[in-house]
Design a protein around this ligand. Structure first.
Ligand SMILES: Cc1ncc(C[n+]2csc(CCOP(=O)(O)OP(=O)(O)O)c2C)c(N)n1
Ligand code: SF4
Ligand SMILES: [Mg+2]
Length: 507
């Protein structure tokens, strides 16, 4: 058991080794997180990183991040990272833990994520007793999206969806997740803690460490619920928000340990000889510290997913034959409604149709506080290691903020396709090619300015010369079902190809 007092704990807060030294999220803010002042997420992050350090498990920890203000775990924790779809972290964590039993898997979730859209996932992961650790950051609201009510919102509490305050008659009662899950037989440990004052903070650090330690010892499912301030959405100062946790939230959500089967499981584990076939399951309770063994099923995966050349649609194999070195990394960015995601989908579907390795990763970002929506697309003849495109060889910027956000990331000798008459002089970079045209107006001339994305895609296809026209046509028809739009988009693609040929500008 740790012995820190609250004061000692605060003094001990040097940067944990389990944090990256620099955060690559924003080039100019590499020592700052994205959290608002007084946000509980940052405090919980520190505690998790310190616990990972203390337990010496950094090399085998996998953090499964949520959707919500905690989404950027992968920018901060220097461990294995996966980002799950909203609410699905316990399912992803289950898969990680079962395929890599020696790993230490953390499911990090907000209250919207865990208790609303992900209520089924957490319930069943807990009921199966997965040997994972869930860190549940309860701030009683959907913060990232601007303050809609969550199942944990307090009665009378105002939110954008309960403007007159939550009303039990119409909105139900605050959901007590820890109490609910502790009625199950499988969980090993469930505790609710808070960040309302120093004493609570010290207890939270202990509980988080304990939740991880339980997993290291193979004792089963642990969940630590943390009552956490969100000054921004609660419209309080950081100090007021902290007091609100202690004086108001805690009255609704009682702190304490709701379930603790760790002692009996430790005793059972001590009596039993190690069983290599079943050690990851908590009903067995055997601590699993075996060395990493490769999972043969995973090694088979490339073969299972691979597309043999002879299976390609007729004509495509030949079209690709002399295009062995395709390695297209595209970042497409713009405002919501500009068709950024569809652009990426058509490109990715066409690549798939053509038998390439493909990834498509939409990135909505925390809309409330930044703005542009963007997506990452990779097309390659080789296996793709990561769907993230951090250094694109083509940036498609559908507006100026997107250009400014991503232009520095474009590789030397790469391309920027920019929707604007004038390419801003301060964005010009040596060796980076630019095609800057008023694509929105050009699409308008074709019949609808919303087809600007397809005009830009046409230009990209012509620049990259990577995909057979038949694959693009097929992808378009599959994704854009309305025949009127298919016809317009086809003309837009052709126009884009033409514009590139006519208007190429090299900078
Ligand atoms: C499938 C899906 N539905 C809805 C959203 C929009 N969305 C993003 S974050 C969020 C709520 C996050 O709230 P919470 O989990 O409490 O996290 P917090 O931001 O409060 O830490 C929602 C609804 C989404 N990204 N994906
Ligand atoms: S909006 Fe709230 S939860 Fe999100 S980062 Fe800011 S304080 Fe934290
Ligand atoms: Mg929340």
């Amino acid at each position: 058991m740790p012995t820190e007092t609250a004061a000692e704990y605060v003094v001990a807060q040097a940067r944990a080794r389990s944090f990256y030294e620099r955060y690559e999220r924003k080039e100019d803010l590499q020592h700052q997180t994205h959290f608002c002042p007084g946000c509980g997420h940052g405090v919980v992050h520190k505690m998790i990183a310190k616990a990972i350090d203390d337990l010496g498990v950094q090399d085998r920890t996998i953090m499964v991040g949520p959707v919500g203000c905690g989404v950027f775990t992968y920018y901060y924790f220097d461990v294995g990272n996966v980002q799950a779809a909203h609410g699905r972290a316990p399912a992803v964590a289950t898969a990680m833990k079962r395929s890599r039993p020696e790993s230490i898997v953390i499911s990090y979730q907000g209250d919207g994520d865990l208790s609303a859209i992900g209520s089924a996932e957490i319930l069943h992961a807990a009921n199966r007793g997965e040997n994972i650790t869930v860190i549940f950051v309860n701030n009683a609201i959907y913060s990232m999206t601007g303050g809609q009510a969550a199942p944990t919102t307090l009665l009378g509490m105002k939110s954008t969806t309960t403007p007159n305050g939550r009303n039990a008659a119409t909105d139900g009662y605050p959901l007590h997740v820890s109490e609910l899950l502790s009625t199950l037989q499988a969980p090993a440990y469930i505790e609710r803690v808070g960040l309302g004052d120093n004493k609570q903070i010290a207890q939270t650090a202990r509980a988080i460490k304990r939740g991880l330690e339980n997993q290291v010892r193979g004792l089963g499912f642990s969940l630590i619920e943390v009552l956490s301030p969100c000054p921004t959405i609660w419209k309080l100062t950081p100090v007021e928000a902290q007091h609100w946790v202690r004086d108001v939230m805690e009255k609704e959500f009682r702190l304490g340990v709701f379930c603790d089967r760790t002692k009996e499981r430790t005793e059972k584990a001590d009596l039993r000889p190690a069983d290599p076939g079943s050690s990851s399951h908590p009903s067995v309770g055997t601590p699993d510290l075996r060395p990493v063994t490769p999972n043969p099923a995973l090694e088979e995966l490339p073969r299972i997913l691979g597309v043999a050349e002879e299976d390609l649609p007729e004509g495509n194999a030949a079209a690709l034959a002399d295009n062995k070195a395709i390695d297209l990394e595209v970042r497409i960015a713009g405002f919501g409604g500009q068709g950024v995601l569809l652009f990426g989908e058509v490109l990715a579907e066409a690549g798939l149709d053509a038998g390439l390795e493909v990834s498509w990763l939409p990135s909505y970002g925390p809309e409330m506080r930044s703005g542009t929506s963007n997506c990452h697309v990779r097309l390659s003849r080789q296996s793709i290691d990561s769907p993230l495109v951090t250094a694109p060889n083509v940036l498609v910027a559908m507006n100026e903020p997107s250009l400014r956000k991503f232009d520095k990331s474009v590789r030397a000798d790469g391309w920027v396709i920019y929707n604007g008459q004038e390419f801003p002089a301060d964005c010009v970079r040596d060796g980076v090619h630019v095609l800057a045209l008023p694509f929105t107006e050009l699409a308008d001339e074709l019949g609808d300015k919303r087809a600007a994305n397809m005009v830009m895609l046409g230009a990209l296809l012509e620049i990259a010369g990577a995909l057979p026209q038949a694959s693009i046509d097929d992808a378009l028809r599959r994704l854009v079902k309305n025949p009127r739009w298919v016809e317009l988009d086809e003309r837009a693609l052709a126009r884009g190809r033409e514009l590139y040929r006519e208007s190429l500008v090299e900078v």
